[in-house]
Structure formats: structure tokens, C-alpha cells
Write a protein that binds this ligand. Structure first.
Ligand SMILES: C[S@@+](CC[C@H](N)C(=O)[O-])C[C@H]1O[C@@H](n2cnc3c(N)ncnc32)[C@H](O)[C@@H]1O
Length: 247
């Protein structure tokens, strides 16, 4: 079971404009630089490539990028920007879909491993990454750290942003027994109305990611707080982690 039913035509249509900060050079340049460095002279595979937020600028840097993506409407948006020759995409589930070739880099960004709602699927996703890597190749994920430290005892909701700047409010509610988080998004629109959307995700701690990587035969290489390689600490709210397929 995945939460990918969220990624409908409607969601795809508004995806780029609903998170403008994620498309800003401040966010994208360091991410693309980090990934280009790890890809080296080899090709890269993006799991859940979406509308090409990262894949398109990475390909523009000269890294051959292939994508796997479950949502046809998201790929339709990507196709408005680049053609198949520039960024080939295979429609399918990143936990099990295979594409031809060996890659020096497989990456999965923007918290997207959480779209796989069970531990078994997340483990399969790590295995699928390992399957596509050349010896010595890297798997990179960008994932948020569950905000449970922000949740007082007796409550189930955490305000993530109150939308002072852009009118985008986010509240997360947690089911700590099933390790599920539902993110509630309220977008205030120019005409004064509010658009609501929600998605439910399976959160995983960094240590669980390391264990899933180990199950897939990957070795831990490094963990950072962000794409600038700032140190990951107890207060980090997100991480960029790198595992390597033994040479
Ligand atoms: C937050 S978006 C990230 C898209 C893109 N990587 C980016 O950084 O903008 C999540 C994407 O994951 C895709 N997705 C969700 N579950 C998936 C799955 N099981 N296999 C492949 N793609 C999936 C969704 O359709 C959506 O395009």
C-alpha cells in the first residue's frame, strides 16, 4: 500500500507552484551540486522523479538522469518541461520497478521514501536502489526527522508552519504505534478561499534507514543535516544520508 493516490492530476497541476521554496536556487543549487558530485561521470537514477524539480537541473549539469515515477499526472507535468530523450521516465513503483543499466547514483529526495507506507516496502525500496547501483555507487536519501520532540504528552498534532509568509499552513498528526504521520496542508488562495490537502506517510528514524540499507547490502558512508553537508546533530530536523554499494 502506498499513499500515492495523493498524486492525482489536481495535485500534479499545483505541485510546482504550491512549494515555490523547494524550487528556489537556494534549495536546488546545493542539492544538485551534491548529487552531481556523487554521480561523477556516471548516470543517475531518481526514484519518484515527480515533475523533475531535481532531475531536470541535474540532467542540465551533464549527468544522464533516468526517473521512476508512479504518478502519470506528475510525469505529464515533467513532460511539459523536457522530452523523453533529455530525461527518460519509467512509470512504476520505486520499490519494485527496474530499469535497464547500472547507475553510479540512485537518489530519493524530499521525504519521499515515507510515501511507502509499510516497513516491508521501504526495505524493498532500499533493495531496489542497491539492485540498480554499480559497485561503489551511492544511494542518497533526503528525509525529515519525525518531529516527535515537538509534540507535548497527550497531544497528537504538531504545527509545522503557520503560513505567515506564504499562507501555507501545515499541521502533522502522528500515530506513534503504527509509525504513521498525516500531514494536513491548508493553502490560502488569492480569492480568499482555502484549498485543503492531506497525505499519510510512514516515518522512519535515521537508524532504521541504516538498518534498511544494511539489509540491502549497502554500507553507511555519511549523514548530513542538509545539502551543504552541515553536521547532523540531535536538533537536526532533516537529514541527507549516503550509503555505498561495496566495490
Ligand atoms: C514529494 S514528491 C517528490 C517529487 C520530486 N522527487 C521532487 O523532489 O520534487 C513525491 C513523489 O513521489 C511519487 N511517488 C509516491 N509513491 C511512489 C512510489 N511508490 N513509486 C514511485 N513514485 C512514487 C509521487 O507520485 C510524487 O511524484
Amino acid at each position: 500500500m502506498t499513499s500515492s493516490e495523493v498524486w492525482t492530476e489536481e495535485t500534479a497541476k499545483f505541485y510546482d507552484e504550491s512549494s515555490p521554496e523547494a524550487f528556489s536556487p537556494e534549495v536546488l543549487d546545493p542539492a544538485v551540486g551534491f548529487l552531481a558530485e556523487l554521480a561523477g561521470s556516471g548516470p543517475a537514477l531518481e526514484f519518484a522523479v515527480g515533475t523533475g524539480r531535481v532531475g531536470i537541473p541535474l540532467a542540465a549539469r551533464g549527468v544522464p538522469v533516468t526517473g521512476i515515477e508512479l504518478s502519470e499526472p506528475m510525469v505529464a507535468e515533467l513532460r511539459k518541461k523536457v522530452d523523453e530523450a533529455t530525461l527518460p521516465v519509467v512509470i512504476g513503483d520505486m520499490a519494485r520497478t527496474t530499469v535497464p543499466g547500472e547507475f553510479s547514483l540512485v537518489y530519493l529526495v524530499f521525504n519521499t521514501i515515507s510515501n511507502l507506507r509499510t516497513q516491508a516496502e521501504q526495505v524493498e525500496c532500499f533493495r531496489n536502489a542497491a539492485r540498480h547501483l554499480a559497485p561503489g555507487g551511492r544511494f542518497v536519501i533526503e528525509l525529515w526527522v519525525p518531529a516527535l520532540r515537538r509534540m507535548p504528552p497527550g497531544q497528537t498534532a504538531v504545527p509545522m508552519t503557520l503560513g505567515e509568509d506564504d499562507g501555507h499552513l501545515i499541521f502533522d498528526t502522528y500515530d506513534v504505534v503504527e509509525q504513521q504521520c498525516t500531514s494536513h496542508h491548508y493553502h490560502r488562495l488569492a480569492d480568499g478561499t482555502t484549498r485543503y490537502g492531506s497525505g499519510t506517510f510512514r516515518y522512519a528514524w535515521p537508524a532504521e534507514c541504516d538498518l534498511m540499507a544494511q539489509l540491502a547490502g549497502l554500507e553507511f558512508e555519511g549523514r548530513f543535516a542538509d545539502w551543504h553537508r552541515r553536521p547532523f546533530t540531535a536538533d537536526s530536523e532533516s537529514h541527507v544520508s549516503v550509503w555505498r554499494k561495496p566495490a
